[in-house]
Write a protein that binds this ligand. Structure first.
Ligand SMILES: Nc1ncnc2c1ncn2[C@@H]1O[C@H](COP(=O)(O)OP(=O)(O)OP(=O)(O)O)[C@@H](O)[C@H]1O
Length: 249
């Protein structure tokens, strides 16, 4: 009888431990009571959001409601805006440890932004060649040029840009079309294998065929990272999103 009770307790305790471990790692990002202001103007009000690991969350809502601002909070790029301020907490589950990223020092932020990468709707192309735009983040990681070449080819193929640029990698990236630049910055975001990708209108300048290819890429990326996406295309949201978070006035 005593043994049976002990076994039961042991199994119960193990189940609790397993559930605890599962819950701990289920959400990769967690926002609690976020209020965001630009100067005196409040943009986000008492916002709470959980984002599951390896999921695709779409942020929807009317123009100007604060969708891009919300993405900027998620990797703390918002701290670069002098007129922005916020209250609340943002937890990032990194290697099964929850850290409140709002408390990170300025020195710790570049490392966070390698793990949680924001891809702007306005391609922030660097004034270098196509190759150098992609080599830049790798150089900072002290990755050798030969290894970098392999990674760059791989990532250009992933974003369906390789065939268009393979013979002109030394040309200025400014010579690329809007749609090519958009795929280039997506490639640059992917090259360091982020844990979270924050995509702000990733297919805004692409034709329908390319947009579909990028949607398929986003679905494939879900296996290795978590994605938060802003898109004005309803069909795109329905095609890729596991959940939709709507911002309303
Ligand atoms: N740096 C800033 N300083 C002051 N106000 C800003 C700043 N950035 C954004 N805003 C304002 O904050 C509000 C939210 O902007 P945000 O770009 O987050 O909206 P959005 O939902 O992404 O819009 P859209 O769908 O048009 O891209 C808007 O009213 C915008 O004008």
């Amino acid at each position: 009888m005593y043994h049976l009770a002990f076994l039961f307790l042991h199994l119960f305790y193990k189940k609790l431990l397993l559930e605890g471990a599962k819950n701990l790692s289920k959400n990769i990002l967690k926002i609690e009571n976020l209020n965001l202001y630009y100067d005196d103007k409040q943009v986000l009000k008492d916002l709470n959001l959980n984002i599951e690991k390896n999921s695709i969350t779409a942020i929807s809502g009317p123009s100007g409601i604060g969708k891009s601002s919300l993405l900027l909070v998620l990797n703390q790029m918002i701290k670069e805006y002098e007129n922005a301020s916020f209250t609340g907490k943002v937890y990032f589950n990194d290697d099964n440890k929850d850290i409140d990223i709002t408390t990170l020092s300025n020195k710790e932020l570049p490392n966070l932004r390698k793990k949680i990468v924001y891809v702007s709707q306005h391609p922030d192309i660097l004034p270098f060649s196509i190759f150098e735009n992609l080599y830049f983040p790798l150089k900072l990681q002290k990755i050798k040029k030969d290894d970098a070449k392999k990674l760059i080819t791989e990532v250009l193929k992933k974003v369906h840009l390789y065939d268009e640029v393979k013979n002109r990698l030394d040309d200025s990236a400014y010579l690329l079309s809007g749609g090519q630049q958009q795929r280039l910055i997506l490639a640059r975001a992917l090259i360091l294998k982020p844990k979270v990708l924050l995509l702000d209108e990733p297919t805004a300048s692409l034709n329908e065929e390319l947009a579909l290819k990028i949607e398929n890429l986003i679905l494939e990326l879900k296996k290795s990272c978590t994605i938060v996406i802003i898109s004005h295309f309803k069909s795109q949201i329905l095609n890729v999103a596991d959940s939709i978070f709507s911002l309303e006035y």
